[in-house]
Structure formats: structure tokens, C-alpha cells
Design a protein around this ligand. Sequence first.
Ligand code: F6R
Length: 614
Amino acid sequence: MCGIVGYVGGRQAYPILIKGLTRLEYRGYDSAGVALIGDSGKLVIYKTKGKVKDLEAVTADKDISGSIGIAHTRWATHGEPSDINSHPHYSENHNLALIHNGIIENYLSLKTELTRKGYHFQSQTDTEVVIQLIQYMMDSRSVSLEEAVPLALNLVVGAYALVIMDKDQPDKLIAARKGSPLIIGVGEDEYFVGSDASPIIEYTHKVVYLGEEQIAYIKRGEDLRITDLRNEEHTARISELEMSLSEIEKGGFPHFMLKEIFEQPRTLKASMQGRLHPELGEVKLSGVIDNRERLLGAKRIIICACGTSWHAGLIGKYMIEEFTRKPVEVEYASEFRYRRPVIFPTDVVIAISQSGETADTLAAVKLAREAGAFLFGICNVVGSSIARATDTGCYTHIGPEIGVASTKAFTAQVTTLFLLALSLAEQLGTVTDERRAQLVNELQRIPEKIEKILQHDGEIADIAKIFTYTRNFLYLGRGYNYPVALEGALKLKEISYIHAEGYPAAEMKHGPIALIDEEMPVVVIAPKRGNYEKILSNIQEVKARKGRIISVVTEGDTDVKALSDWSFEIPDSEECFEPILSIIPLQLLAYHIAIAKGRNVDQPRNLAKSVTVE
Ligand code: F6R
């Protein structure tokens, strides 16, 4: 959740670190800090509550020289956002500095023990314990830093990606990971460290993904040395980064979120590329072809995910059940992992995660692995932990998603789930060739249909202004569009801070109808396929109670429109693709309401992009 960046090489570290932090700020943004070994040889730390620009203000009149440094942008877990709790943290003698992403679960017992031994803690963080423990190992056992790091990390329970600097070794960083990602960029006589590739991509495409429980000794002028917690040596495998710098820049849009909403026609094509074959009326997924027996033999499919990915999973359930007739259960990964679920070795577990790092989803995958289930990952970030922990899978290939509110990942996940459903159906013979060809042809047309919806951005922005002071919203949908109601409500609440709830439309009369009055806007997703008449009745029920209706309808609709105060049209499509279209106006509505309220849409309060803590 926090952002980590490190540099050692021949250039000035500070500008690289600050630029890296700015690129990583979407991961966490309540405080920022940097540690440098300056020309004077001193190890200095500057840190502050607030954004990266606040850190720049703090350092404006300070010595920021030095060609080695580490920097951090924080999403608070232990201890409120404050200057003191910001990273980096010093060790007792101020010789070492550390930045950390993750949670140290046994920090209290370690802190008590270290305090008893005379170590002094400045912050309320769990992080500070790690650097104090490392110094304690050096002090008490008279070992080097390199020896102390694995000794200390073996005592730590929890998750971490961390980087350490030592005043006495101004050409060396030590990095380690367990449960949180860490990438090392390999340049010419220089190294970069990042919690993802975004601070590195500008300088080098050669990277090493640090493995689980591995420690990297990163010394300028020497090859990378990698060991693990048992001190076994590992080869540093260099991979080529596929992303480009333009993918992590705003490209003329005021916010990443808007850019990513508008990218969807292109990103959807990327998710289908090489997989959808309209000329043959087929879908080809190598993950399915290579694991045919295991997947087709599944008695049951369980989908595990969190947040938006969970909403995509619900749509995936409808698709897989419709096309393959196999039973599908959709689970919140956080519930699944702790409730002793019944998992059979004949089950297939599909884990969906944009980041591929969500702690609960990763834990669910590990649990399913222990029970012998077959694991299929749908991730966006290539090489991420969930992608690696699953047996096979399918990347969504949409490039980095930087806006904290997920948009293009959702439509890509739904598309990928469709590809999976249809490819299984093809093998199982549960869909006729003719029907399959129809679906494949229609999916190919979806990107241009999204283009058409996006042309109405200006109108949606105008309507959004009406709701600047609205306090509550209700979202209703049925069938394939029920998860869209959940997702539309989530988008609105996370970036505008307006309370919004999504419901299956028919459930309204079992409770939420009590909320409806002239103050309550009700967003109804009512395209013409599937349950149209039923949702029309639900709209009548809202209208009868003076609720204000915002509807998403199919082009040419008259009945729902006649009852609505405002309507957004989407082109007609197959029922199973309606969610990919109906979510677009709702993403734009949420974005424009948040803008009208003056919110920071790319960095909404309390949220972080990649939830690597449970
Ligand atoms: C909402 C949002 C979150 C994520 C959730 C899972 O806009 O972004 O709800 O969907 O944290 O994240 P991933 O997909 O990375 O596992």
C-alpha cells in the first residue's frame, strides 16, 4: 500500500527519488519521506505528514546532495499520519535508515523486548521495530549489517517490502520482501528499487522481481547478490519490463481516472487480442487449452476477489453458469480465508485481482492450494504475487491502472471472464457454434460501443453538478446489471464520499424503499435485455414515492425514459455484455460528481491502490 523507491549510482539521488515518489503516490499518500547520505557523509532523513509536494517544501532549504537514497510515501496502518510516524525511520544510533511497506504483526512484543534492552522508539509504527531489531542484532552479536538482516527478519512475523541504508556503506542498499512486492531496476552502474515499476521505467527496462522471503544486496559497481532468509544464494533473473512511460502519465487528461475511463475501448481490445478469433467464431485461451482436463473436470468453480474485482467476479458467475452450466460461487477473499471453507480437490478457484498483490486474495489462493484445488488467476500486473501463486491464468493486459478507483480493470476483468466462460463452453459443448459466433462477433463490437457512450461525457458532467450537495444515492439493477449497481455505488462513494448503496432492484421493497423520498436519487440500470418489465415495475415503485430516477437505458428506450428524471443511453448489446457498457456512464457520473465536490479523485481519502495488508 505504501510506495517505496530507492537509488544507488552515479547520479544525484534526490530528483530520482522525488519523481519516483510522485509516480507512486497513488499507492499511499498521507505522508512522505526521504533518506540520503549527502556529500558530508551524514545520513539525513527528511519527512513530513502530507503529500510529496509537502516533502519538497520541507527539503527546499536542506542539503539534498548524495548519490544514494531511499524514499517512501505512506498509507498509515499503525500510528496516525504524522511527521514522526512517516518513513524512513532511524535505528537507535542513527547509522541505519529503513522504509517499509506491509505490517509487522508481532511488533508489540518485539518493541517491548527491545525497549527493555534500552532501545528508544520515536514513533507508534510497527516499522521502527524492524530497524531497531537489526541494530540490536548487530550490537548484541557483533555481526555485520548483511548478517544482521536475515537474523532479524527471521524473528519478524508479518508482511514486508523494505529497503535499508547504512551510513557506513554509502554505495549499498539492502532490500527484502515477504508478502509485499519489490522490484529492482538494473541500470548502467546504478540500481533502482521500487514497490512497482513506475519509478524505474524511465531509467531502465531491465528488472529483477525479488522473490518471496528473498534479500537483495544492491551494491554499486557489483552484480546483484540475492539470498533468502536461510542464507541460501539465488540467481538474480533479469526480466524485460513491457510497459512504457506514456502508460504511467496522464496524457493530457486532468486525472488518471478520467484517462483510464477513456482508455477502455483500447484496453478492452488489448484484453481480447490474440484470444478472440471472430473469423473462426472462437476464443482461444492458452491457460484453458493447456489445462483442459483439470478445468473441464471441475465439479464447481469458486471465484475469490475483493472490491471491484469481486463485482467483476459476480458477473463472471452469471456468465460461467449461463454458458457452461457449472456451479459457481463468488466469495469475498477476506471471508473465504478465515471461515474454514469447504474446498474439494475437484474445485477450480479463480482469483481476480488487478494488482495481483491483494493480501486477502493471495491468502485465499494459498488456502485453496493447500486443499488441492486448481488455481486460475485473472490479474493485470504481470509477474505479481497472485499471478505467480496460481497454476495458470490470463492477464488482462490493460497497462498500469493508477487512478485509485478501479475503472478499466473492471471492464477488462469482465471481458476476460467472458473469454474464459466461452472457451470452457466451447470445450464442453454447452454452447452451439452459431451462438458462440454471435457472441464473439458482438464482443468485438463492444469497444466502438464504449466510444459512443464516452461522447456523452459533457452531458454527464452537466447532470453531475445537480448532485453536488446530495448526501445519499441508491443504485438498483437486476441480473447481469445487479453487480453494476454495486460497482456504480462503490465508484461514487469512494471518490465523492457520498453515501451510496447498490441493491438488486427487487430487494428494494424488503427494506431500502423506506429511504426513498424526493431527496433520494435512485440510479436504475435498466437496459432492454433481461428483466426489463420487472425493473420497470421497480422504477414505478420509486416514482410513486417521489424518488428521483437516473436511468441507464438502451438507445431508443421510451418506457423507462418516460419515468426518469435523467437518462444515459447505451447501445444495444447481448445481455451478458450490458455490464461493460452500463458501467461507463456510472464511472463518468461518479467522476464528475466528485469533481463538482472538489474531491481529489485520483487520491481519495483513506484509500490506497494496492491493499497488501489484510
Ligand atoms: C475500487 C477498488 C478496490 C479494488 C480492491 C481489489 O475502486 O479499486 O475495491 O478493486 O482493493 O484490488 P485488486 O483488484 O488489486 O485485488
